[in-house]
Write a protein that binds this ligand. Structure first.
Ligand SMILES: *[C@@H]1O[C@H](CO)[C@@H](O)[C@H](O)[C@H]1NC(C)=O
Ligand SMILES: *[C@@H]1O[C@H](CO)[C@@H](O)[C@H](O)[C@H]1NC(C)=O
Ligand SMILES: *[C@@H]1O[C@H](CO)[C@@H](O)[C@H](O)[C@H]1NC(C)=O
Ligand SMILES: *[C@@H]1O[C@H](CO)[C@@H](O)[C@H](O)[C@H]1NC(C)=O
Length: 509
């Protein structure tokens, strides 16, 4: 009798377990369908069924680069580190004033004079990393306005001027008074309409301003110090409004200018959201036991009472990202990211186990020529710095052709989730292809070797946002540490390559 009972209980729990697994699987499939959408230009890469093999290259890379950052050792046999090299940092540096272990990570203190030297020898910069060559012909950089023959009216809004100013090489110029005005307008203009965006996995609101401009709003869900839950996959992580804001500033600080402007704004839920809500969205508003005004909207993830978005008591923070020009006027082409993750709990993507994956990509248009492969490495560097694992597709503006224009760094809400974890798998395009754009390397070295660390530049830049502080200190310090890890990776590549030019590529961008 007892044995029988046990068998029955055993069978029942197995059934329950299987049901749970099935339900979770279906959810994951839904995510990939929502995230996807565009026909794949790399159809053969869809074959994601992978053995549970560990990628030799990635594991070896992790060992080499990360263990160093744990115990702070440097290459003793580095032949090129002569110029300007400082003594190696061993173990944790001791702060001479407090006599305590200083919080500076060894990789931040590491000297990359050897890489600077390579660039000097190449004739790209002087020892202070200032450019020495101005002779290179600049690439043509027409704007939307020039390509389509539209002129801005005298009374054109900052939104319209921003659209017309998008160019083949960048989203906006630097410095750009239109962007400054646009950021200001997005936080101050009167909101006249608001609607939930359909089809997303998480709640987003489309905002109409009195001027006619439009922005996509992502509401605050958690305080700034809430990290990604340890058991959340990158594809179930919550989106963070402050990550969207910080990503725009990071992209600008790195000189990419491929992210549309994003700014923070404090909203009165009553007058600026509830007043415009209709239909299904309206039904989701309620007052919480604490007396706060809340709503949860309709979407596939986290749109229920237990994940409601609540004001304090009726004020709510949100990120406001400017809309790109309408697709019927300025069409965009979606591309499947070759280093996309599998978006499945147990499957791995090909790049995660295939060491020679980059060789395959390099032979596939548009990665076989032009700028696009280097653009993917730039994007990997951008994503690694902010810990964003959620890059499944990207888009380009078709008015500038299919190949010779930048990929848009859009949708960064899942970045800045873990300040103390460096997810090196994000660097896979750099690790597996061993190529980096020369201008990007120079930018990273300037931040690393110079006075103005990226953390400092970002802190200053983010202080201009109405919702400051946007990032807490651990996230800012992580940027400096991660730059060191990227530079170590580049150094590894250079040491293994037959010629520097194969690793550090000057494509004029
Ligand atoms: C750092 O750690 C690695 C792996 O644990 C080890 O091989 C290496 O000798 C260590 N270096 C120093 C300086 O302790
Ligand atoms: C700009 O001026 C034109 C007339 O010249 C007018 O039709 C239009 O509504 C104005 N636009 C804005 C945004 O004020
Ligand atoms: C938000 O708007 C409502 C309605 O006008 C008002 O009663 C409330 O005081 C406002 N909240 C704040 C914090 O200003
Ligand atoms: C884009 O690049 C591919 C090769 O990657 C080439 O075949 C194609 O002609 C290029 N298209 C244009 C418009 O240059």
């Amino acid at each position: 009798m007892k044995l029988k009972e046990r068998v029955v209980v055993g069978i029942l729990s197995t059934l329950v377990f299987l049901t749970v697994v099935l339900v979770l699987n279906i959810e994951v499939v839904q995510v990939s369908q929502n995230g996807g959408g565009s026909p794949s230009s790399l159809g053969f890469l869809e074959n994601l069924v992978a053995p549970d093999a560990r990628s030799g290259a990635m594991v070896a890379f992790r060992k080499r680069v990360l263990q160093k950052s744990l115990n702070g050792s440097r290459e003793a046999s580095d032949p090129k580190s002569g110029a300007g090299a400082q003594p190696p940092v061993l173990g944790s540096p001791i702060d001479p004033v407090t006599n305590e272990i200083a919080s500076v990570d060894p990789v931040v203190a590491e000297d990359f004079g050897d890489l600077v030297n390579l660039l000097v020898v190449k004739g790209a910069v002087d020892r202070k990393l200032r450019p020495v060559k101005f002779t290179k012909k600049k690439k043509p950089n027409p704007t939307v306005s020039e390509v389509l023959g539209f002129k801005a009216r005298k009374n054109a809004t900052s939104f319209e001027r921003f659209h017309l100013g998008i160019s083949r090489m960048e989203m906006y110029k630097e410095p750009d008074s239109i962007v400054d005005k646009l950021l200001h307008d997005m936080t101050t203009d009167e909101i006249v309409h608001m609607e939930q965006k359909d089809g997303g996995t998480q709640l987003k609101l489309m905002i109409d301003y009195a001027s006619g401009g439009q922005a996509m709003m992502k509401p605050m869900r958690f305080p700034r110090d809430r990290e990604t839950l340890p058991d959340h996959f990158y594809f179930t992580d919550f989106e963070r409004h402050n990550a969207e804001i910080a990503a725009f500033h990071l992209d600008r600080a790195l000189g990419f200018r491929r992210t549309p402007p994003v700014v923070g704004r404090l909203l009165n839920i009553t007058t600026e959201i509830y007043a415009f809500a209709k239909g299904e969205l309206l039904k989701t508003f309620f007052v919480s036991p604490a007396g706060n005004l809340c709503f949860h909207g309709k979407c596939s993830y986290y749109c229920d009472t237990s994940h409601a978005i609540c004001g304090h008591p009726d004020m709510l923070e949100g990120s406001f990202a400017v809309f790109l020009p309408p697709k019927n006027v300025v069409p965009r082409k979606p591309w499947r990211h070759p280093w996309r993750r599998s978006y499945h709990k147990r499957k791995k993507a090909q790049w995660e186990w295939d060491d020679s994956y980059c060789e395959v990509v390099k032979e596939t248009p548009p990665y076989d020529m032009g700028r696009r492969l280097l653009d993917l490495v730039d994007m990997a560097i951008f994503d690694f710095l902010m810990g964003n694992m959620d890059r499944h597709h990207y888009e380009t503006f078709l008015v500038f052709g299919t190949n010779d224009t930048f990929p848009i760094h859009l949708d960064n809400g899942r970045a800045f989730g873990k300040a103390n974890h460096d997810e090196v798998s994000i660097l896979a395009p750099l690790v597996q292809c061993c190529q980096v754009r020369q201008s990007t390397l120079i930018t990273l070295l300037r931040f690393h070797q110079g006075e103005n660390k990226l953390s400092k530049v970002m802190w200053k830049s983010l202080n201009e946002d109405p919702l400051k502080p946007i990032l807490l200190e651990p996230h800012l310090l992580a940027l400096d540490r991660r730059i060191g890890i990227i530079l170590r990776t580049v150094r590894e590549c250079v040491q293994e390559a037959s010629r520097t030019e194969l690793v550090i590529v000057d494509d004029g961008v």
